[in-house]
Ligand binder design. Structure first.
Ligand code: SAM
Ligand code: SF4
Length: 474
């Protein structure tokens, strides 16, 4: 069953949640220091959290290394969103077992959502694990490492109502020097019935707005050209100062970050359809440097299924949001989605509703999954996981095939248009070409000429596939 549960992002690279690619922080000079090796799995929040962990560990005298063999401590920052995200981590632990046998003093830590979900049972199930730390326990990690060094097993899975790590400057060790993530809130209060996040990341809390703006300004001053504001549900961002004098919502935060520098691009993820406001859309329209791209997960196109999922909106509400985006930001605004195939009791007609919703929305791309039951969630308690494996797979494949067609059609619209592209580096296929992203978050490839990473260029789009736009600079 689980072979299909992590399918498939199409059309963007490893830049969004669910990509599940390990991230290895880069080499740092380590004279006289112990070495930390860290891999991240899952969503952008995890990648961003690893940068906080690296900062905490640096203060405790650890340097990062990109080679697991050289490490004194190895951390896996884990994901629990679908079962096979967890299997991936367990397989990685098996690989690390050999290393631990050769080097018994090596410490292995599990961080993040899987650590939070399984808590101390992880220590029984995975004998090589010495440290277990949940997403709100990262300040405590140096102490946990000390405990583990003295031969004890160390666990902290306490979930906080306040922790936002606002005062910690993340170490951008894996950065391209151009784009950076800024975490603006943590946790989630939504309780979608299929989702483990509220249990692994705790209650929603928003980070001090001033610390966010400061971080974005520092990044801009350091030469970064793009920031992505991150949260499970950014539209419910709400921060109040201690004296109650300042109340900042997401539209206001977006405005403040966009006003730092017109050359600093601003993106954000993820929006929840029930919370995204016209105010946010008008703020996007007002600032050229806020990318015209909205990731608006639908999960299903059928109102009965959405109710079972506890998404708190129905099909009509969702379609109305799509209409608002197109009305305020225009037909070319990029829109992407998350969709789940084969949720509990979903009928064939209800699956057809998902396909027709996709046709209506004309999504630019999507992240599509087969339903994977997660222990402890509302759905696992209330609804049988009753859609057979083959049916889930077929429905998922239909959703993916439709998205491919929609993506191609949407990309073809851009042929003949001129797009402003932020160059990210050489194209994957050839060093004679550069690759970057346009406003809508689409990859654009063009001949390299004398251009450099980090520059903005105007590109006339001449050709496309479902995944990439091609063109020439003008
Ligand atoms: N907070 C975001 C939202 O609500 O839009 C989504 C966060 S979640 C990390 C990313 C995506 O994983 C979800 O939008 C959903 O499509 C998918 N997902 C979550 N739980 C799942 C499950 N049990 N089975 C399959 N996909 C799941
Ligand atoms: Fe999970 Fe729903 Fe929260 Fe997204 S909004 S993290 S899907 S509970």
């Amino acid at each position: 069953m689980e072979r299909i549960t992590e399918t498939l992002t199409i059309l963007t690279e490893a830049d969004k949640e669910t990509c599940d690619l390990p991230q290895v922080l880069e080499e740092e000079l380590a004279v006289g220091k112990k070495r930390l090796y860290i891999e991240s799995y899952g969503c952008q929040m995890n990648f961003s959290d690893s940068e906080i962990v690296a900062a905490v560990m640096r203060n405790a005298g650890f340097a990062t290394t990109s080679t697991a063999d050289e490490a004194d401590v190895i951390f896996l920052n884990t994901c629990a969103i679908r079962d096979n995200a967890e299997q991936k981590v367990r397989n990685r632990l098996k690989q690390l077992n050999g290393l631990k046998k050769r080097k018994p003093e090596l410490l292995v830590g599990m961080l993040g959502c899987m650590a939070e979900r399984l808590k101390a049972t992880l220590l029984e199930e995975e004998k090589i694990v010495d440290i277990v730390a949940g997403p709100d326990a990262y300040r405590d990690i140096p102490k946990l490492v000390e405990e583990a060094e003295s031969g004890q097993k160390a666990v902290n899975v306490f979930l906080s109502r306040e922790e936002t790590y606002a005062d910690i400057s993340p170490i951008r060790l894996n950065s391209n020097g151009i784009s950076a993530f800024i975490s603006i809130m943590r946790g989630c209060d939504n309780m979608c019935s299929f989702c483990v996040v509220p249990f692994t990341r705790g209650r929603e809390r928003s980070r001090d707005a001033h610390s966010i703006v400061r971080e974005a300004r520092e990044l801009s001053e350091a030469g970064y050209k793009e920031v992505t504001l991150l949260g499970q549900n950014v539209d419910s961002y709400k921060w109040t100062s201690e004296d109650g004098a300042e109340n900042i919502n997401f539209a206001q935060l977006l405005e403040a970050v966009a006003s730092i520098n017109p050359d600093l691009r601003v993106r954000f993820s993820t929006s929840h359809p029930k919370d995204i406001t016209d105010d946010v859309l008008y703020t996007m329209a007002k600032h050229d440097n806020i990318c015209k791209y909205v990731h608006l997960p639908a999960q299903s196109g059928n109102s009965r299924v959405l109710k079972l999922m506890n998404r708190t909106y129905d099909r009509e509400w969702y379609l109305h949001k799509i209409d608002r985006i197109r009305a305020i930001l225009g037909e070319d605004c990029g829109i992407s989605h998350d969709m789940i195939a084969g949720f509990c009791s979903e009928t064939e007609e209800e699956h057809q509703d998902t396909l027709s919703l996709m046709e209506y929305a004309r999504y630019d791309y999507g992240y599509m999954f087969a339903y994977s039951e997660r222990p402890g969630t509302l759905a696992a308690k209330k609804y049988p996981d009753d859609i057979p494996y083959e049916t889930k797979l077929r429905r998922l494949n239909e959703i993916i095939a439709l998205q491919r067609r929609l993506s191609l059609e949407r990309n073809q619209r851009h042929i003949g248009q001129i797009h402003r592209v932020l160059i990210e580096g050489p194209s994957k296929r050839s060093d004679d070409f550069l690759s970057g992203r346009n406003d809508q978050n689409k990859v654009v490839v063009f001949p390299k000429g004398t251009y450099q990473k980090g520059q903005y260029v105007q590109v006339l789009i001449t050709d496309c596939t479902a995944a990439t736009l091609r063109g020439e600079t003008i």
